[in-house]
Every structure is written in C-alpha cells, then in structure tokens.
Design a protein. Structure first.
Length: 254
C-alpha cells in the first residue's frame, strides 16, 4: 500500500485507532473519509479536523452500508482504499445462554458480517482502480485467546482467514489485501482499556503502523513488535505459556 496519494474510506473511525489512523493518513497527503454511526461525533470531527470528509454509516445495517457506499463513491469517485475498522469487543460469560448469546450475535454481526458487507459494497469499484487496497483489521487475539471475550477472539480469527483467502482469490485483480493486526491499544474498546498499563499507547501504535506502511509497502500483515508475542505463539511452540501469560496479565481476562 502506498503511504500517500490515496482516497481512503475508514468506517468505524470516529474515535480510537480509526480516528488516529485517519488523521495520520491525512497528514501524509491522502484524502480521508471518516465513517461512523453518530452524527454528533461526525460533525465534531468535521469542525476539529478540516479536510476530513465524513459519512454516516452503521456497519451492522446492510441497507445503511449500501447507502453510505453510494454516498462515498458519488463524492469521491477516485476512492481506492477501504479500511474495515468498525468493530466491537464485549466481555462474555458462556456458562448460560442468557449471559452471552445476544452479545455474541452482535459481535459476529458487527465484526464479521460488517466487513464482509463493506467489501461487497466496494469490491466492484475497487477492481476498476489501477491500484487499490482493502485493509482488514484482525487482532493479536485472533492467534491467542483472551478468556473474557470468546466471540471477539473468534470474530478476529475469522477476519484473519478471510484476509488470507481474499488475497488468494483477488490475486488476478488490482486489489491488494492488507491485514492490520493490533495488540491491545489504549482505546475505549473495553471499559478502562484507555488507561491500562497492559495496553500500548495509541500514539505509539499509530506511529509504528505508519512507519511499517511506509517501509513495507508490499506487506501482507502490519504487525507492530508488541503483537508478535501473540501472533507467533504457535509458531514458536510456546502457545500454552502465551495464553497463560495473556490471561494472567490482562485485567480484562479475569
């Protein structure tokens, strides 16, 4: 992925990693469209960050995705990058269905069906561009599970394998698949995570991601150093120890 000169749509970027990445990409000379559900946040982003365009989108709503895609493409016909950033993370207790079923269904709808529907809404357009990229967003938890978030872990494992599969299937097109693999980052993804000593500072994470995008334009996965502890646990042969350490160290794992 080229680091500049793109037109980039990032649904799910009104806060956290998404917004920080949007601003970093804008600073590198890209046209960036921020997508989100809340109109008040989108209006505030427009006021606070001139030059960013915004579009209202709920990635759990198929019709809303199609409407947002039409709006984005009508205003930005040169769009060539889509970052499927939108996602949720919920703590679950699987001892009884009442404790997890609704949350699990919401998580899979947002984290798996959402990216699938987003890709479906833009894939024909992207194939017409001379150089296009879909950036998927998985997690270190796709490779080593956090006990407290079963559905989130599973959804991110699904995104990893979807990314691997689409990269093979779209190899005959102009569309590249790049998988962003974050560790725990200081955002509001879970209550208290933005102040967690376990989590990586947001500015450090985005800075390292931007450096990797610049230095490794052909990378299939964007892995900051901190996520490799989880990403390669099975490869190193210390998977059980990594899972034990992860669930002992992260306060959300208890």
């Amino acid at each position: 992925m080229n680091i500049s000169g793109n037109t980039i749509f990032i649904p799910g970027s009104t806060s956290g990693i998404g917004l920080a990445l949007a601003l970093a990409l804008q600073a590198r000379g890209n046209t960036v469209i921020v997508g989100g559900r809340r109109g008040d946040l989108l209006e505030q982003i427009t006021r606070d960050h001139p030059g960013l365009d915004t579009v209202r989108i709920d990635t759990a709503d198929p019709a809303g995705i199609d409407a947002a895609a039409q709006q984005v493409l009508s205003r930005h016909p040169g769009l060539n990058v889509v970052v499927t950033m939108a996602g949720i993370m919920r703590i679950e207790d699987w001892h009884t269905p009442a404790s997890f079923l609704a949350t699990a269904e919401e998580t899979i709808t947002t984290n798996v069906l959402g990216p699938i529907r987003l890709i479906g809404a833009f894939i024909e357009h992207l194939q017409k561009q001379p150089d296009a990229t879909i950036v998927t967003v998985s997690s270190g938890l796709a490779f080593a599970p956090l006990r407290a978030t079963p559905s989130y872990n599973a959804s991110k494992a699904a995104i990893h394998m979807l990314s691997e599969s689409l990269r093979l299937q779209l190899a005959d097109t102009s569309v590249r698949i790049v998988e962003l693999v974050p560790p725990s980052v200081r955002t509001a993804l879970l209550p208290g995570q933005e102040n967690s000593d376990f989590a990586m500072p947001l500015d450090e994470y985005v800075s390292e991601v931007m450096a990797l995008l610049q230095d490794q334009p052909d990378a299939k996965e964007i892995q900051v150093e901190r996520v490799k502890f989880l990403r390669y646990a099975e490869v190193r042969g210390d998977y059980d120890k990594v899972v034990e350490t992860l669930n002992a160290a992260d306060p959300h794992g208890k």
